[in-house]
Design a protein around this ligand. Structure first.
Ligand code: MP5
Length: 227
C-alpha cells in the first residue's frame, strides 16, 4: 500500500468526521444560513490568496518536472479568486475589508511556515491533504445540493472531474516522494497529513461558529448580527 492510502487508513475516523460536518450537510441540504456561507466565502477568499505565496515558496524546492504543476496551480488559484468575486457580486456578499479569523490566520501561518522551513515532500503532503480534503468535502455537498443553488459553482469547482484528476495526480506524486524519503521524513509527512486534516475541520467549524478571536467579542468591523 502506498503512503497516501496508508495515511487515509490511519486517520479514517477523523476524515469521516470532517465529511459529516454540519457546514457541508447544511450546504448540501440548502439549509445553511446565508451569513454562515458568506463567512466561509470571505475567509476562504483570504485562504486562497495565501495559497499563492505558499505554492510559490515550493518552487525553489521542487524538481523541474514539477514546475509545470506549480504554475498551473497558481493559475487555478487566480481563477478561483475570480470565482469568489463573481459569486460575491452575484449574490450580494460583502467582500470588502475582510480579515482572517483566528483559525484562518493560524492555518495560513502553518502553510507559510511549512513551505518556508520544511522539505519539499513535507510541504507537498500539506498541499495534497488540503486539496483532497476539499475535493472529498465538496463531493459530499454535490450529492444532494440543488443545482440552482447560488453556491453550486463552488461545488463544481472542487467536486468536478478536472479537480478530481488534479488530486489524483497529486496523490501519485506524493506517493513517489514518500517512497524516496527516509523513515524520519516519512514520519514528519504523516504528522503533517494529520495536522492539515485537523485544520480543515477547524476551518469548517469556524465557518459555522464565527470568525472572531478568542477573548474578544465580534470584531468592531463586523456589522451587528453577522457573527
Ligand atoms: C482549500 C481551500 C482548497 N480553498 N480552503 C481550505 C480551507 N482548504 C483547502 O485549496 P484550493 O487551493 O482552493 O484548491
Amino acid at each position: 500500500m502506498g503512503f497516501v492510502q496508508e495515511q487515509h487508513e490511519r486517520v479514517r475516523a477523523t476524515w469521516e468526521h470532517m465529511l459529516r460536518h454540519p457546514f457541508l450537510l447544511q450546504t448540501r441540504d440548502g439549509t445553511i444560513p446565508f451569513e454562515t456561507f458568506a463567512r466561509w466565502m470571505r475567509q476562504d477568499y483570504l485562504f486562497v490568496e495565501a495559497a499563492i505565496p505558499f505554492m510559490a515558496l515550493m518552487v525553489p524546492k521542487a524538481p523541474p518536472e514539477h514546475w509545470e504543476l506549480h504554475t498551473s496551480v497558481i493559475a487555478m488559484l487566480n481563477r478561483e479568486l475570480g470565482l469568489f468575486r463573481e459569486r460575491a457580486e452575484a449574490v450580494g456578499v460583502d467582500m470588502s475589508d475582510i480579515r482572517p479569523s483566528f483559525i484562518n490566520h493560524a492555518y495560513i501561518q502553518f502553510l507559510i511556515a511549512t513551505a518556508s522551513q520544511r522539505s519539499y515532500a513535507e510541504t507537498f503532503t500539506v498541499l495534497y491533504t488540503a486539496e483532497k480534503a476539499y475535493h472529498d468535502s465538496w463531493t459530499v455537498v454535490r450529492k444532494g445540493i440543488d443545482p440552482e443553488s447560488p453556491w453550486y459553482p463552488f461545488v463544481e469547482n472542487w467536486a468536478g472531474d478536472a479537480f478530481a484528476q488534479y488530486v489524483e495526480h497529486l496523490e501519485k506524486e506524493l506517493d513517489a516522494l514518500a517512497e524516496a524519503a527516509g523513515p524520519a521524513e516519512r514520519a514528519r509527512m504523516a504528522e503533517l497529513f494529520e495536522t492539515t486534516l485537523r485544520y480543515e475541520i477547524a476551518f469548517w467549524e469556524m465557518a459555522m461558529t464565527g470568525d472572531g478571536w478568542p477573548g474578544l467579542d465580534a470584531p468592531v468591523r463586523v456589522a451587528a448580527g453577522r457573527g
